[in-house]
Design a protein around this ligand. Structure first.
Ligand code: SP5
Ligand code: ZN
Length: 344
C-alpha cells in the first residue's frame, strides 16, 4: 500500500489549546506523523511519497473562497494586530445562536466568525501545513483513481471537523471531503466516506448533507457526551436530494470491541448498499482504550479487524488520517488497521 506525506505538513505546529479550563500543549502535534511513519516502516509499508501540487482549485471545490483567503492570511493579520511576538491565533468569542452572523473588522472577531471552538490555533505554518495535507489526500486520490487498490495519506492536520467555511477540532481543510470531491470530479458517479474517528465528522457531514452522490457514514461517541456536541445525532439523515445519504451511529462512552464491531458492520452494510466507485475512510484511531482524549475501550488487537472489515467491502479505498493522539499505540493502531486491510 502506497503512503503519501509531505514534510511541509509539519509546518503546522500549534502551541496551546483550551481544555478543561486551561491552556495546555496541543494534542494534535507534528510528532503524530513521525510516530505513524515510524510504525509503518517497521510494519513493512513503503516509505512515503511526497504529493505533487494540484493547486487550490480542488480545495476550492469544497471550501468557500472567502474562508480560504481568511485561513491563508489570518496569522499575518493576527501579528499585525498583536505585534510580531504574538503567538498563535485563538478565538475567544463566537457567532452563535441569536447573535448576528456579521463579519467584524478586527481579526479577533473574524476568528470567531470562522471557528467553532478554542482548541484549534492558527500559527504561521497553519496554512502551509493544511494545504499540503490536502495535497497529500489529493495525491492519494489520484493514485487510487489510477488503479491502486488502496492508498494511505498521513494527513495531519486532520480534516473531518472542517465545514465549507468553518474550522475547529484541530481541522482547517477537510482532507476526506476534498479527496471525495476529487473522485467525483474525475468521473466517479458515487463515493462513500466512512468515518471511524472517535468524534463525529461534522464537517464532512455538512459538506455533503444535501447531496446524493456522496454517502457519509460516521461511527462515533454519542454527541450528548462528547465533542463536537452539536452534531452527530442519529436523526441527521441528509436533506433535499441528500435525504437518506447521511448516517450517524452514535455509541455510548465505554463502548468495547464487541459493540463497536456490530456498529461497524452496520456501517459497512450501508456503504455496500450504496455501491460506490470508491471509498474514503476517515481513519481516526482515537477509539483506542488508551487514547488521552476519548472514552471508548477498543484494544490494540482490534484495529486489524477494523481494517479487515473495511477490506471486506472490496472497494478501491483511500485512507486519510484523522485523530488518534500521542502514544506509541498511535503508530501501532494505524499500522494495525492498514495491515488488517492488506491481510484480509
Ligand atoms: C480530529 C479530532 O480527533 N479532533 C478532536 C478534537 C477534540 N477537541 C476537544 C478535546 C477535549 C479534550 N478533553 C481532554 C480531556 C483530557 N483529560
Ligand atoms: Zn477524533
Amino acid at each position: 500500500m502506497k503512503v503519501v506525506f509531505s514534510a511541509n505538513q509539519q509546518r503546522h505546529a500549534g502551541q496551546k489549546e483550551l481544555t478543561e479550563g486551561a491552556l495546555v500543549p496541543c494534542f494534535e502535534r507534528p510528532e503524530r506523523a513521525e510516530i505513524i511513519l515510524r510504525y509503518l516502516s517497521e510494519a513493512g509499508l513503503p516509505a512515503p511519497v511526497a504529493p505533487g501540487d494540484r493547486g487550490i482549485s480542488p480545495i476550492a471545490a469544497v471550501h468557500d473562497s472567502d474562508y480560504l483567503s481568511f485561513l491563508r492570511h489570518a496569522h499575518e493579520a493576527w501579528l499585525a494586530e498583536h505585534g510580531p511576538e504574538a503567538g498563535d491565533a485563538l478565538p475567544t468569542a463566537w457567532a452563535t445562536h441569536g447573535l448576528r452572523k456579521i463579519m467584524p473588522r478586527r481579526i479577533d472577531g473574524c476568528l470567531g466568525y470562522y471557528c467553532f471552538d478554542a482548541g484549534t490555533p492558527i500559527g504561521s505554518g497553519t496554512w502551509a501545513g493544511s494545504y499540503w495535507a490536502a495535497q497529500a489526500a489529493l495525491h492519494a486520490q489520484m493514485l487510487v483513481q489510477g488503479g491502486e487498490r488502496a492508498v494511505y495519506a498521513v494527513t495531519r492536520p486532520p480534516g473531518h471537523h472542517a465545514h465549507r467555511a468553518l474550522y475547529g477540532g484541530y481541522c482547517y481543510l477537510n482532507n476526506a471531503a476534498i479527496a471525495a470531491q476529487g473522485f467525483i470530479d474525475a468521473g466517479c458517479e458515487r463515493v462513500a466516506i466512512l468515518d471511524v474517528d472517535y468524534h463525529h465528522g461534522n464537517g464532512t457531514q455538512d459538506i455533503f448533507y444535501q447531496r446524493d452522490d456522496v454517502l457519509t457514514v460516521s461511527l462515533h461517541a454519542d454527541p450528548r457526551d462528547s465533542y463536537p456536541y452539536f452534531m452527530g445525532y442519529s436523526d441527521e439523515l441528509g436533506a433535499g436530494p441528500g435525504a437518506d445519504f447521511n448516517r450517524n451511529l452514535p455509541l455510548p462512552l465505554g463502548t468495547d470491541w464487541l459493540s463497536y464491531a456490530e456498529a461497524l458492520s452496520r456501517a459497512c452494510a450501508e456503504v455496500k448498499r450504496f455501491a460506490p466507485a470508491a471509498l474514503v475512510v476517515s481513519l481516526g484511531v482515537d477509539t483506542f482504550e488508551g487514547d488521552p482524549l476519548s472514552r471508548f475501550r477498543i484494544p490494540v488487537s482490534a484495529f486489524p479487524r477494523i481494517g479487515a472489515a473495511i477490506a471486506g467491502l472490496r472497494l478501491r479505498t483511500l485512507f486519510v488520517q484523522e485523530g488518534g493522539y500521542v502514544s506509541e499505540a498511535l503508530g501501532r493502531n494505524v499500522a494495525g488497521v492498514l495491515h488488517g486491510f492488506l491481510d484480509a
